[in-house]
Write a protein that binds this ligand. Structure first.
Ligand code: F0G
Length: 417
């Protein structure tokens, strides 16, 4: 594992730098696939699932040979990463594909995909003796950092636009004991402030930290592992700051280079229309121009994504695509995922809404083998769900009031007869 600049290949002098001293771009770990044996990785992963060592039971650390080396005593795990791949027949019907599976990263310890990256970033922070961890967040990074920092005995400081994000996520973060600092402005302002901090004095654990990406790439391995290492045709995921798309792409690419899987799935990254600078840049074949972001999917209300170059390289390498969907499409997709008995937060449902678009315009075939990535749990934004069900939207499920219970049940039985 070698840390280098993702753009100019320079090797940083400081292993905890967040940007290349030569060109200012993001850093990335690089592994040499020739040093790995696919059979050993696969066999190790299988054996470790039956072990009682907490590292082995983590869906991240089970693949530790593929991660930057970190002292065993510094590893801070909550058994993250081992999330289910669940079939979604109603989602499939909604999108117009024959079958569909959800990779539910909301089934992580703090209920979002961030945990897979955070366990690595916080373990590294602990290894190097950091006393304070900091992040900017739309809510999920905050909760994840707070939990792992609490476990590691590190103080956590969140910089967040608290009034513009889910109150459930803020409350969760407070519960884990983090200092929550409200900022004027939006996530992009908060991230700018955090990126200006000196990484020698505090551990910045946003996805500009390459350790985060290394942890999150294991979601690609967990996905493949549950399919007998057979890659799907497409993997569809929401995009905000674009760390996750970078991580998935890297995970699939490395798995393919090592020989764990025969091909790389095509990545589709879906943004909310009011926060879609990456989709616009993709469509117009130009570099990203930041926007002022606005969407009800507050987790991805991001106008200046930090990892857009990395994500673009991964989408290109996979022959994938980038698009955006409206908030109304996200709302219906989210409601549909709920009806599959799965549920997710609004940002996650951009994946299914995006898939529906891609099937409708012929980019994805109806018989394609597709996985939609769900990034956060349904309980992450209950206020959004409550508003939806009180709204009269197509799948709104209004609370029933003022009925005679026996009559109501009789009607229901008749309807089901
Ligand atoms: N889905 C959810 C639920 C998220 O919380 C985020 C990002 C994304 C998708 C987008 O992932 O940024 O890697 O492209 N949430 C960050 C946060 C920004 O602060 O919790 P991305």
């Amino acid at each position: 594992m070698r840390l280098r600049c993702s753009a100019c290949d320079a090797v940083p002098a400081d292993p905890d730098a967040l940007a290349c001293a030569a060109c200012g771009e993001l850093l990335a770990f690089e592994l040499d696939p020739a040093r790995y044996d696919a059979y050993a990785i696969e066999a190790n992963a299988r054996l470790r699932r039956a072990s009682i060592d907490p590292r082995d039971r983590s869906g991240v650390w089970r693949f530790r040979e593929l991660l930057p080396p970190i002292d065993e005593n510094a590893i801070t795990t909550l058994r993250e990463g081992d999330v289910p791949l669940i079939d979604g027949p109603r989602g499939a019907a909604h999108a117009g594909v024959e079958r569909l599976a959800y990779l539910h990263l909301g089934m992580n310890p703090t209920a979002s995909f961030k945990d897979a990256g955070m366990t690595v970033a916080v373990s590294r922070a602990r290894e190097r003796g950091a006393r304070v961890a900091v992040c900017a967040s739309t809510g999920n990074t905050a909760a994840s950092m707070a939990a792992y920092a609490a476990r590691a005995g590190i103080s956590a400081v969140v910089i967040a636009p608290v009034d513009g994000i889910s109150a459930a996520k803020v409350a969760q973060t407070l519960d884990y004991g983090a200092h929550v600092v409200a900022v004027e402005g939006d996530f992009d302002d908060a991230l700018r402030a955090v990126r200006a901090l000196n990484p020698a004095t505090v551990a910045v654990v946003n996805s500009v930290n390459p350790y985060r990406i290394e942890g999150q790439k294991t979601a690609a391995l967990v996905l493949l592992e549950q399919r007998g290492w057979r890659a799907p045709d497409w993997v569809v995921m929401p995009g905000g700051n674009l760390g996750n798309a970078s991580a998935f792409g890297k995970g699939f690419r490395e798995a393919h280079a090592i020989g764990l899987t025969q091909r790389i799935p095509r990545l589709a990254v879906v943004q909310a229309s009011g926060a879609a600078p990456f989709a616009q840049a993709w469509r117009e074949h130009r570099d990203l121009v930041p926007v002022k972001a606005e969407t009800d999917a507050t987790a991805i209300r991001i106008g200046a994504p930090a990892s857009w170059k990395k994500a673009r390289a991964e989408v290109r390498a996979s022959a994938g695509t980038v698009l955006d969907v409206g908030d109304d499409e996200i709302a219906e997709a989210r409601a549909t995922i709920g009806r599959d008995g799965v549920g997710c937060e609004p940002a996650s449902a951009a994946s299914l809404a995006g898939l529906r678009r891609l099937v409708a315009d012929g980019s994805i075939a109806r018989d394609a083998d597709v996985v939609c990535v769900l990034t956060g749990h349904v309980l992450k934004d209950t206020a959004y769900a409550a508003r939806y069900h009180a709204s009269g939207a197509p799948q709104a499920n209004a609370i029933v009031r003022g009925v005679e219970l026996a009559d109501y049940l009789n009607l229901l039985l008749l309807a089901r007869a």
